[in-house]
Design a protein around this ligand. Structure first.
Ligand SMILES: Cc1cc2nc3c(=O)[nH]c(=O)nc-3n(C[C@H](O)[C@H](O)[C@H](O)COP(=O)(O)OP(=O)(O)OC[C@H]3O[C@@H](n4cnc5c(N)ncnc54)[C@H](O)[C@@H]3O)c2cc1C
Length: 400
């Protein structure tokens, strides 16, 4: 089974992101750089959204000296790449965290062969693995042999983009600029934001999360074709949450599966883990990552106070009160409540993924283009997938 087939099958099973690499290990290959391409376009481009896909688009457009601007709805660039710099003594990924691929992918994402060797990477092979199943805590340390992931040692996904992609394009990103309307009936595309400002461009690249398109937060004039609307609506982007808690003592393992090992390692969507594992830190920081129905249990609660209460109750049950005994502080990132994200990532397709993605990617009148994690067949759901979809779409966009 190749990587593409594997991801297609595993997303159909609802496999949580951190586990992909366990099984991808056998299909992992050192990444090669994206090839150069010809440019036959000299107009201007508006990119909507400054997450991994939008930043990448700006990075490539800048390299090809194309006139562009990025309109980002929120106060900061990054989207589902988000960092907390002051919670611990190392930066924490509040969104994407695992690299999921051979770290040589970092050179590929930036089209810079020297980058991978200048970034410190942790191999996340846990020493201690426990399961909490049928109200029993069991040691499954042998499970560490089946788990292998990569993470940044002293930076984050956000920090990686900030250092290697943002510097040349930061002046082109306009934050606090939520796009509400895209009118593509005339020669030039007219874009409006919620501040009442208008912009014009020859081409527009839309990289907002699929949920934002499903919710109809952007009005298209004329309306999008029905096959595109159907494709957008057929992708499942469920709830997503991350919580980090600092404890005075490390009473928990490097990985805690909430279920049986075999079912969880293949199809888990909730994981407690040692977020300080192999970082330069003596602090005890536990992470909780959860997506899908298991995440909804928390994200549907009205307040962050209720979320942390629920998490602490669970941990106290599992670890016999040690969580409350050693609790110091926490931070919660409820992705479902982020107004410009509204969930985790695309996890499943109601119809054939290839047809769905082909319908989504198809440009409209050579003026409107789409990119983002949901549009990557090979690496959907992930940062590398978002980047890859941008390289492919920008190449198509600049071809004519
Ligand atoms: C909890 C969680 C854990 C994850 N873990 C990992 C991981 O370990 N590894 C991994 O590779 N991936 C992980 N991912 C997935 C990864 O974060 C995403 O696949 C990737 O960051 C998506 O990039 P994107 O550019 O497609 O979308 P986004 O990052 O969502 O960017 C879209 C941008 O559009 C903006 N926007 C929305 N509406 C508008 C509008 N109307 N006008 C203007 N701008 C707008 C948004 O504010 C956002 O900045 C995780 C995601 C979550 C939520």
């Amino acid at each position: 089974m190749n990587r593409k087939e594997f991801i297609k099958r595993s997303t159909a099973l609802g496999i949580g992101i951190p586990f992909l690499s366990v099984l991808l290990e056998s299909c992992n290959q050192a990444a090669t750089l994206y090839p150069n391409f010809d440019v036959n376009f000299s107009g201007n481009v508006l990119v909507i959204g400054a997450g991994a896909a939008g930043i990448t688009a700006g990075y490539i457009l800048n390299k090809h000296n194309i006139d562009f601007q990025i309109l980002e709805a929120s106060v900061e660039f990054g989207g589902r790449l988000k960092r907390s710099s002051n919670f611990a003594d190392f930066p924490i990924d509040l969104g994407a965290e695992w690299i999921h691929e051979d770290p040589s992918v970092l050179a590929k994402l930036t089209s810079n062969p020297n980058i991978a060797s200048s970034v410190d990477i942790i191999t996340y092979t846990p020493d201690t693995v426990y399961t909490w199943n049928n109200d029993k805590l069991r040691k499954r340390n042998w499970g560490g042999n089946f788990y292998s992931e990569y993470k940044f040692k002293s930076t984050t996904w956000f920090g990686f983009f900030e250092k290697y992609m943002i510097p040349n394009i930061v002046d082109k990103i306009r934050t606090n600029s939520p796009v509400t309307e895209i009118d593509y009936k005339a020669n030039k595309v007219k874009v409006k934001n919620s501040n009442g400002e208008s912009f014009e461009a020859d081409k527009v690249l839309i990289t907002v999360p699929i949920k934002i398109l499903q919710e109809g937060n952007i009005t298209f004039i004329p309306e999008l074709p029905s096959e595109k609307i159907d494709a957008i609506n057929s992708i499942v982007m469920p709830d997503g949450l991350k919580v980090f808690i600092e404890f005075a003592e490390k009473f928990y393992p490097d990985i805690l599966f909430t279920g049986g090992f075999l079912t969880e390692v293949f199809a888990s969507d909730k994981l407690f883990y040692n977020a300080a594992f192999r970082k330069n830190s003596e602090r005890n920081i536990m992470g909780l990552f959860t997506v899908g129905d298991k995440a909804s249990v928390y994200t549907s609660l009205e307040t962050d106070e209720k979320i942390i209460e629920k998490v602490m109750e669970e941990l106290d049950t599992i670890f016999e009160g040690k969580a409350s005994q050693h609790y110091q502080k926490h931070i919660i990132q409820n992705w479902s409540r982020e107004p410009y994200i509204q969930g985790s990532y695309s996890i499943d397709f109601a119809n054939d993924p290839e047809t769905t993605v082909a319908n989504l990617i198809k440009p409209l009148d050579n003026k409107i283009y789409f990119a983002g994690e949901a549009l990557s067949l090979d690496n959907g759901s992930t940062v590398p997938g978002a980047v890859e979809s941008s390289y492919a779409t920008v190449e198509t966009m600049l071809a004519n």
